[in-house]
Design a binder for this molecule. Structure first.
Ligand SMILES: CC(C)(COP(=O)(O)OP(=O)(O)OC[C@H]1O[C@@H](n2cnc3c(N)ncnc32)[C@H](O)[C@@H]1OP(=O)(O)O)[C@@H](O)C(=O)NCCC(=O)NCCS
Length: 385
């Protein structure tokens, strides 16, 4: 088997594989695009498998950590079960490391395949269905704010508004170019902004989609930097009561739904989980933000056969507000590669990792790992790839 980076000449072969695997109907104009590259596997000189890597970044502890977003993994139906996907994933790890991506995320249709290579569930991507009668009972805003449609001139303020909120939610994508093209937002059916004294106080993006008698309204972002902005945007959705029974809301900011919404004890949520892999522990630790760490140190032994560059003994040291990884130490806490993703994102604490068989060692040593990430709430993404 031969694995190499794909080039524009592979477009037809890659499209054929993805059409078979995902029923994709639209042939992309280009394969190699800014912010995206990928690998193909050849068997007997013929392209038998493909894997795409997007250049993203996720906020952790307020800092944007470069992330390789894996997607479009597809193997020819006639050569499945021969280790092609596994070989592509193995090859992707050093490639992401060379591209300065110390972490990697994917939405898995086949979790076992990725678990064996060190990815593990580490956060949520969710849509909630808000029945109109519930929406009508959300609190009224105290201050009525006038919204208006967004134009080209609002794009950078819109991005700043998103970033102000997103950098406070672990896992959220840093929607800066090249991978995420903000201008595409203006192609949506509804983009409404709440102007504030400095930039925007909030915005809402939505798309009409088929479904039911009158179709559906899918709200992709509902972002407000303060309570009044969020309540005004929620209130604006009431105007749809005449035509729709419910609205679909992508959860970008959990505060909007959990603290301000009127969802009852049971409601419908559509959840996708994403899996995270730490590709390069010292680089990932250096890139992450850490919430005011007290001075502490913990000795680790990393068990990771697929990323030998960070396997073995390390010490994580928090000193004077900064956190770093040094080589050596006693290896008091043993972490399987699969433990690193859920720990890094804050999705699981060391007790859960131990019960899953992914961590061993003295609990008093291990708890330092929990204190460092200081997880507050479920890690989230509101972007799908
Ligand atoms: C999923 C897919 C990429 C796997 O490709 P493949 O080359 O057959 O996989 P491999 O032979 O490298 O398998 C690697 C491991 O994953 C496991 N695996 C592969 N497909 C699996 C499946 N559908 N369910 C459970 N385990 C699976 C294999 O058992 C193997 O485990 P092993 O190392 O213990 O033997 C391929 O079946 C495919 O293209 N499917 C359609 C598209 C798709 O679902 N892509 C995934 C997008 S996230």
């Amino acid at each position: 088997m031969h694995i190499r980076e794909y080039t524009e000449d592979d477009l037809d072969a890659v499209f054929r594989l993805r059409r078979l695997a995902f029923n994709s109907t639209e042939r992309p104009e280009r394969l190699v695009q800014p912010g995206r590259h990928g690998l193909v596997a050849e068997l007997d000189g013929k392209v038998a498998g493909v894997l795409g890597i997007g250049e993203y970044a996720q906020f952790y502890g307020g800092a944007a950590v470069p992330m390789g977003g894996i997607g479009g993994v597809a193997v020819d139906g006639a050569t499945r079960g021969r280790g092609v996907a596994a070989a592509l994933l193995d090859a992707a790890l050093p490639v992401m490391r060379e591209h300065g991506q110390p972490i990697s995320v994917l939405y898995a249709t086949v979790p076992t395949l990725y678990r064996k290579r060190g990815w593990e569930r580490a956060g949520l991507f969710e849509w909630v269905e808000l029945p109109m009668d519930r929406l009508l009972t959300t609190p009224r805003p105290a201050e009525l704010m006038a919204s208006r449609p967004a134009g080209e001139a609002d794009l950078s303020a819109l991005r700043d508004c998103y970033l102000e909120v997103a950098r406070t939610i672990d896992g959220m994508a840093d929607r800066r170019p090249p991978r995420i093209d903000l201008a595409k937002v203006l192609e949506m059916d509804l983009v409404s902004v709440l102007p504030g004294p400095n930039g925007l106080r909030g915005y809402l993006t939505a798309q009409r989609e088929p479904g039911g008698d009158m179709g559906r309204l899918k709200v992709y972002d509902l972002i407000g930097v303060d309570v009044e902005a969020q309540l005004n945007l929620l209130a604006s959705l009431r105007s749809w009561a005449g035509t729709l029974d419910a609205i679909d809301l992508r959860i970008t900011d959990p505060a909007t739904l959990n603290l301000l919404g009127a969802t009852p004890v049971r409601y419908s949520v559509w959840t996708s989980t994403w899996m995270l892999r730490v590709v390069d522990l010292p680089a990932a630790v250096a890139a992450r933000g850490w919430p005011r760490p007290a001075n502490a140190a913990v000795d680790l032994e990393i068990v990771d056969e697929h990323a030998p560059w960070h396997a073995g003994l390390h010490r994580i040291v928090a000193e004077d507000g900064a956190v770093r990884v040094e080589p050596g130490g006693t290896g008091a806490v043993r972490l399987h590669a699969r433990a690193l993703g859920p720990w890094f994102s804050g999705a699981q604490n060391t007790h859960a990792l131990r019960r899953a068989g992914l961590l061993e060692g003295d609990p008093a040593d291990a708890v330092v790992l929990d204190q460092l990430v200081g997880a507050s709430g479920a890690p989230r993404l509101a972007d799908f790839f």
